[in-house]
Design a protein around this ligand. Structure first.
Ligand code: 6PG
Length: 239
């Protein structure tokens, strides 16, 4: 697989560069479309980028034009330590003057994951209108077995052709999750894969060595947006 990647000595430099690139897209999006819409990633790797955004660009960001969505979420309450929303709330949202109406968390307060998936899709359809959404930036991570967002190997959600959001059972803790599907993720204007840590070296090599002629066996390799795709790797992951 051809991988347009940048390698950095550490997570700090990776986070600073991804943030700088993202803010350039933000300026372009606000100038041309009046708003910047981002799908955030969960897990550990993006946390530093979120904190830097709040620390160093709080006063330079037009927060009333910024809309936050999530590429995936664990089906836990928003105050649960495993909640991607909670991580973002602590690192970014609670530290910047973004209007509450511009923050679009996955409604994990609903009784079942499937209801949360339907409700989130309804909210996205209200926000984006009929055409599948094109996020200005979508941040994605990479799991050691090749998952991205909460699209895990052999997940039926990988074959989804209609729905924008799927409720899935993951081979990971917590198992119940919500994820954007390839229907949406393959339309991103700018997709940044943020990958750090030596435990990602093997999967990155496997992805790179896959022939482009065949569909990838890894979910992350199945996300082939029409827009720009950049891989931000730290040296430990890149090997
Ligand atoms: C999640 C994520 C998931 C994550 C990868 C990488 O909710 O778990 O969205 O897709 O990006 O698991 O996680 P790390 O960055 O913590 O390695």
């Amino acid at each position: 697989m051809k991988m347009d990647s940048k390698v950095f000595p550490d997570l700090d430099t990776l986070s600073r560069t991804a943030l700088k690139d993202m803010l350039a897209v933000l300026d372009e999006a606000v100038a041309n479309r009046g708003r910047f819409v981002i799908a955030l990633a969960g897990g550990h790797t993006p946390a530093m980028m979120y904190a830097l955004w709040a620390d160093e660009h709080r006063d330079k960001t037009p927060w009333d034009r910024v809309h936050l969505f999530w590429g995936d979420e664990r089906f836990v309450s928003q105050d649960d330590p495993l909640s991607n929303y909670r991580m973002t709330q602590e690192k970014l949202i609670s530290r910047v003057p973004i209007p509450a109406a511009n923050v679009h968390p996955v409604p994990t307060n609903l009784p079942q994951p499937q209801l949360a998936a339907e409700a989130y899709e309804t909210e996205m359809r209200k926000f984006f209108g009929s055409a599948p959404p094109e996020f200005d930036v979508q941040l994605l991570g990479l799991g050691v077995e090749g998952h991205t967002a909460s699209l895990f190997p052999n997940s039926p959600a990988l074959e989804e052709k209609q729905h924008w959001v799927a409720a899935i059972r993951a081979p990971a803790e917590p198992p119940d999750r919500l994820t954007l599907t390839p229907v949406v993720l393959n339309r991103g204007r700018n997709t940044y894969f943020l990958v750090s840590g030596a435990n990602k070296k093997e999967i990155l090599a496997a992805l790179r060595n896959e022939p482009d002629s065949k569909p990838s066996v890894y979910p992350a390799g199945r996300i082939r947006p029409s827009g720009r795709v950049l891989w931000y790797l730290d040296q430990a992951a890149a090997g």
